[in-house]
Design a protein around this ligand. Structure first.
Ligand code: DQQ
Length: 539
């Protein structure tokens, strides 16, 4: 298995085989975390979509149980697409999801647990009133899906949004309901944008402006701001604003695709994500689908396609202008075999091995101190696109202050390497921090998508060190720059740098020296992600 499957992960969530896409309806319910996801039971390509179901006590170790929702009714006979859970008063979970009906139209359906006393909520029954929402009144039946977790206003009325595109504008169609069954469409959408296409998998939730706790989806007061996320253009974009339930107005601080304010959860691969409020730990958690960068025929050969990100806590940053994300604390219990050092000079042109850990399955935290900030190159005002800048200035392109960072999945001779690094620029009296993930040398294999990713990090290197955390796991690197202010996830398929042949290095390809103020690296144990065999139906 190990040699045949060098790209299967050790601690990222995966089903044993086949195709997986969007995370659906994540929730915490009576001591158990639930994850549902879009799944093809019959193969490694998208199709025949059902809601697969897995449960966990810690968000790290998982048990796959029976599929929760699969086509059975006219309103979902051609597929059970994405949706969300809401926990209704009296501790009653409810799933709203998109069904593909007999006419291949997208409609919104409801399902509830068959037996609330089963802690794993194994069986779900569909509402006899399905579909509850249909594409009428100018809605395109092909562009109408992915209901959010519903929220309740002070008037006790439920609200939910559904993603769509009308007249070429991405749009969040708003519905209200008193009983969760009869839904009325509100004329004006919660929000829409002429600069985007179809909004898939919208998410709408409050974040606290004064504490680092998460906020329940229905909460709202003067200490909350609201986040609207939409999936389009292969990325998950978000905007921040103020929401008023009285008239369901959402006044935005920025807009989607505004120049200079292109806020994304992740600047690499990360799509169709969804958050939930974890009431056990008072935090909001984000899950996202990470797709493959190899070809469909590679996926068929591997027998699987798709990963979920490590669940991330998501918060408003101290500036209030963006969100910050960090891998959930629980993942740290998989750490073992630590290597740690501090105050080490990383001279211009040097490569430093981080030895003694399993570099193909690791967690690394490093922070860089820049003694010679005045060395920073001047930023050309036309360099406004960080991804373009990273792809022009790859890790092999010598700079002044940077590139410096990590080389993951590297062969000893560096033929293969995935570089996650920073470059510092100066513009007038400000410093600009660029974070890049360069996959161009990640594998000697050809015909892989090796796109370079990049993001600017909103930070001032005069006042803080530049930190990077990378979760490395066989074919994925999830990187968190500047304490989670910019995240970049990449998928790579090294041919040589696998298992024991994978090494980890720190590098500095700038002309200026930098200092590693602290580096901590750990091997990561496997998460226990297992299937129940010969399980019995509950009595
Ligand atoms: N995936 C689902 C849709 C959603 C899309 C279908 C996003 O409901 O819009 O598998 O990846």
């Amino acid at each position: 298995q190990e040699t045949d499957q060098p790209y299967r992960t050790g601690y990222h969530f995966q089903p044993p085989k086949n195709w997986m896409n969007d995370p659906n309806g994540p929730m915490y319910y009576k001591g158990v975390y639930h994850l549902f996801y879009q799944y093809n039971p019959y193969g490694a390509v998208w199709g025949n979509i059902v809601w697969a179901h897995s449960v966990s006590y810690d968000l790290v170790n998982w048990v796959h149980i029976d599929h929760a929702i699969y086509p059975t009714q006219p309103s979902d006979i051609n597929g059970c697409w994405s949706g969300s859970t809401t926990i209704l008063p009296g501790e009653k979970p409810a799933i709203l999801y998109t069904g593909i009906d007999t006419k291949n139209h997208q409609v919104q359906n409801l399902a509830v647990p068959k037996n609330l006393s089963d802690p794993l909520l194994r069986e779900w029954i569909k509402s006899p009133y399905n579909p509850l929402m249909t594409p009428i009144g100018g809605i395109d039946p092909d562009l109408y899906r992915d209901p959010t977790t519903a929220w309740q206003g002070p008037d006790k009325i439920w609200r939910v949004i559904v993603g769509s595109q009308i007249d070429g504008h991405g749009r969040a169609i708003l519905y209200r309901s008193k009983d969760f069954v009869n839904w009325t469409r509100i004329d004006s959408p919660l929000h829409s944008s002429g600069k985007t296409e179809m909004w898939e998998c919208p998410d709408f939730f409050p974040v606290s402006t004064r504490s680092s706790n998460g906020v329940d989806t229905s909460s709202q007061d003067k200490y909350t701001k609201h986040v609207l996320k939409a999936s389009f253009n292969h990325h998950d974009y978000y905007i921040l604003g103020g929401y008023k339930p009285v008239n369901d107005s959402f006044s935005v601080e920025t807009n989607f695709m505004d120049s200079g304010m292109d806020l994304r959860y992740d600047y690499g691969k990360f799509y169709a994500s969804k958050t939930f409020f974890d009431r056990a730990m008072n935090r909001r958690i984000l899950w996202g689908w990470i797709n493959e960068s190899d070809s469909e025929s590679d996926d068929i050969k591997k027998g699987w396609s798709g990963l979920q990100s490590i669940p991330r806590t998501i918060l408003l940053s101290k500036t209030g202008k963006q969100l910050v994300q960090w891998p959930i604390k629980e993942i740290e219990k998989l750490r073992f075999k630590n290597l740690s050092f501090h105050d080490k000079k990383l001279k211009s042109g040097s490569v430093l091995e981080v030895p003694g850990i399993t570099a193909s399955q690791a967690d690394v935290e490093v922070s860089f101190e820049l003694p010679n900030l005045e060395d920073a190159e001047i930023l050309d005002p036309s360099w406004t696109d960080p991804q373009l800048l990273c792809s022009q200035k790859k890790a092999s392109v010598r700079g002044k202050l940077g590139p410096f960072g990590l080389l993951a999945f590297a062969t000893k001779n560096l033929t293969e390497q995935t570089a996650i690094y920073f470059r510092i620029f100066r513009s007038n009296h400000n410093y600009i921090v660029l974070m890049c993930s360069d996959q161009s040398r990640s594998s000697v294999r050809e015909e892989l998508d090796k796109t370079t990713y990049g993001a600017f990090i909103d930070m001032d290197p005069r006042h803080e060190n530049i930190s990077l955390r990378s979760l490395i796991d066989h074919s994925i690197v999830e990187s968190f720059g500047g304490e989670g202010r910019a995240c970049i996830t990449a998928r790579v398929y090294p041919k040589l740098a696998i298992h024991e042949q994978a090494y980890l290095f720190a590098f500095n390809n700038g002309t200026s020296n930098v200092k590693i103020s602290r580096l901590n690296a750990w091997s990561m144990k496997n998460a226990q992600i297992v299937s129940t065999k010969n399980r019995r139906k509950p009595q």
